[in-house]
Ligand binder design. Sequence first.
Ligand code: BTN
Length: 339
Amino acid sequence: MDPSVSVTYIESAAMSQRKKTVIDILRDSQDFVSGEAISDVLGISRNAVHKHVKSLRKRGYRIVGVSRRGYRLEDEPARLSMGHVTQRTEHSMFGHSFRYHDEIESTNLEAKSLALKGAPEGTVVVAEAQSAGRGRLGRRWTSPAGKGLLFSVILRPQLPMSEAHMLTIVAATAAAEAIEKHVSARVAIKWPNDLFIGDRKVGGILTEVSGEQDDVDWIVLGTGLNVNTEFSELPVPLRRTATSLKIAGGEVLDRSDILATMLLGLETSYKSALRGGFDKALTAFRDRDFLLSRTVSVETRQGPVIGAAAGIDDRGALLVELPHRRIRSFHSGDVTLHS
Ligand code: BTN
């Protein structure tokens, strides 16, 4: 690895020493270990051991429990190969500084705090799991450990604040193009930041911006993508609306390789936008517009506005055609398909 590349591995403090010991015991044994034996080593009750096992299962450890035999570790959550990511992104703008977390509250929160402390453009925060992943409009983003891609990058473009939101369009189109290099499905974008395969959401971008007066100081672009998530691992309320690359394509994919492709693609699109403006991203977006010609409902303070989605304008605003051919544009807001 290039000595100028830094990968910092940060272990979650939320994973207690006791849980780590439970995993170590099970890993070393490779067979069933009784709850009693574990409770003796840890000096805690068998009930407490059971609680640790339950919480480890939630973190992606597959632990079977059989009465009178105990527990056996069948599988551990997958980990990204940062070696592979750094190799593929060597000399690129997102290839010099990685912060890898096994678990974190939110990569966007962490990237924002790093940006505030002066972290340079191109810093990448990546996690296997998030305890409080955030989506647009205050929503949650959930993903089982080791199954998706959860990462945020820090940008410091010379851009007026009024154009910062255009980077969501840049990032979403770059993400869609990158994903299509790994799956045969078409990836559409639901304005402004949702990635769709068919009629189901597979990922999303969360853009957070800080600046003074008219100049952007930093932008954090956070991407969540369901990669190897199984249908049964989707939260029940999302099973009718969400998908993963694995569900859509039937194959387990190499998350590290997809991450590298996404970072390289983002660099190309970002640099092209800063150099030549947003036309290319706008064209790419229009080509993948999930909402185009569909009847949509846009939430506004005055209530829902219903009309036919008519694309986006050159400033990235959603256009909706209302009765009598009147076109209204929306710069923000929650849009849903109107049934
Ligand atoms: C959305 O669907 O509204 C956007 C979802 C963005 C989720 C990603 S996961 C990595 C990064 N960290 C977060 O807390 N959110 C983004």
